[in-house]
Design a binder for this molecule. Structure first.
Ligand code: NAD
Ligand code: TYD
Length: 361
């Protein structure tokens, strides 16, 4: 049994799918999963419905900061691994309301570490030696690069710029300290921007796909020249599986897609793909919907990951190019209307209204 926090979210949900598909491919017996998730606006049981129905996955709805609930889940399910995805993850929301980010990313990670450490301390022999706590983090903890700076490595100094990245940096430091001080068996991965199926449509790629299909403006912040290093979500999930198997305890591994792309190029790529797959009724191009809007405050200019360590020590490399990954992603959104309807609730519409109302074109 493994315990996955945030397993009803974007990456955690993909990880649940990947976990079972990988076992099937390798001819291994499927190892059950327990998902501990608060089911915030970003958590959606529909993402993992097939595995919940089959009984391979169990959902415990709880806050990682609720120590009694975490303790009970660990005692009941006796996991051999904890994979920690649960977080508040959207930079724009952290700017308009940082409190939840401190609660979940820092206090929540602290609570999860304390309870997991107590659980691990009570294990014996092989079970104790095999236990792992893998903390999923972000490249945003390293701050912003100029166009000529070298990509982030595991030794780049932390310089978080948003309440989101500062709260993730705090959680990374706690994980590091728990290994150093208590010998708690941790692994940390810091990855670049993920994209793929089940991505909540407040983030750049799914927002642009869905706005385009609805004929709405495509809001590009600032000059559109900010750069992100795009990682297909299943490549990230595979990296996590390999770090769990081969990673050295206490170490950090940076996971990147080797795909540095300017935001405006991401958006035009999506537009061209949609022109091909779902041409607009009036014959105009999706690019005509692009609208430059007021920038994000403190907007980081460039992120880029140097994946040398994970390639060399673990043997992982991304399988998808941006072209192959975005083709899969756009095709998935075109087919997945039921999932899209379930996540575009009233709360989603309220956020979109709030975030874009004050951004003049
Ligand atoms: P997400 O926002 O899509 O999902 C987060 C999940 O965590 C949701 O299911 C939510 O219900 C759950 N959650 C939130 N607060 C909780 C709490 N207090 N207790 C229990 N569950 C809670 O996020 P994501 O994009 O899947 O990101 C997963 C992890 O990967 C996060 O730690 C994030 O910082 C990290 N990360 C994400 C990206 C990215 O591009 N999406 C990049 C780098 C790192
Ligand atoms: P996002 O998906 O929010 O991820 P992050 O901020 O964690 O990198 O944004 C990706 C990039 O896209 C970032 O530079 C901000 C930009 N962006 C827009 O230009 N318009 C938008 O509507 C959104 C949500 C993001």
């Amino acid at each position: 049994m493994i315990l996955i926090t945030g397993g009803a979210g974007f990456i955690g949900g993909n990880f649940v799918h990947h976990w079972f598909e990988r076992a099937a491919k390798l001819g291994l017996a499927p190892e059950p999963v327990v998902v501990l998730d608060k089911l915030t606006y970003a958590g959606n049981p529909a993402t993992i419905a097939t595995h919940l129905k089959s009984g391979q996955a169990t959902l415990v709805q709880a806050d990682i900061a609720d120590r009694d609930a975490v303790r009970a889940a660990l005692a009941t399910y006796q996991p051999r691994l904890v994979v920690h995805f649960a977080a508040e993850s959207h930079v724009d929301r952290s700017i308009s309301g940082p409190g939840e980010f401190i609660h979940t990313n820092m206090v929540g990670t602290f609570s999860l570490l304390e309870e997991s450490r107590a659980y691990w301390s009570g294990l014996q022999g092989e079970a104790k030696a095999a236990f792992r706590f893998l903390h999923v983090s972000t490249d945003e903890v390293y701050g912003s690069l100029s166009s000529t700076d070298a990509a982030f490595s595991e030794t780049t100094a932390y310089a978080p710029n948003s309440p989101y990245s500062a709260s993730k940096a705090g959680s990374d430091h706690l994980v590091r300290a728990y290994h150093h001080t208590y010998g708690f068996p941790t692994l940390t991965t810091n990855c670049s921007n993920n994209y793929g199926p089940y991505h909540f449509p407040e983030k750049l790629i799914p927002l642009m796909i869905l706005n385009a299909l609805d004929g709405k403006p495509l809001p590009v912040y600032g000059d559109g020249l900010n750069i992100r290093d795009w990682l297909y979500v299943r490549d990230h999930c595979e990296a996590i599986c390999q770090v769990l198997e081969k990673g050295t305890l206490g170490e950090v591994y940076n996971v990147g897609g080797i795909n540095e792309i300017k935001n405006i190029d991401v958006v035009t790529t999506i537009c061209r793909k949609l022109d091909e797959l779902r041409p607009r009724a009036d014959g105009s191009t999706y690019e005509s919907l692009i609208t430059y809007v007021t920038d994000r405050p403190g907007h980081d200019r460039r992120y880029a990951i140097d994946p040398t360590k994970i390639q060399r020590d673990i043997g992982w490399s991304p399988a998808e190019t941006f072209e192959s990954g975005i083709n899969k992603t756009v095709a998935w959104y075109l087919q997945s209307t039921e999932w899209i309807d379930t996540v575009r609730s009233g709360a989603y519409r309220d956020w979109i209204a709030q975030n874009y109302a004050d951004r003049s074109a």
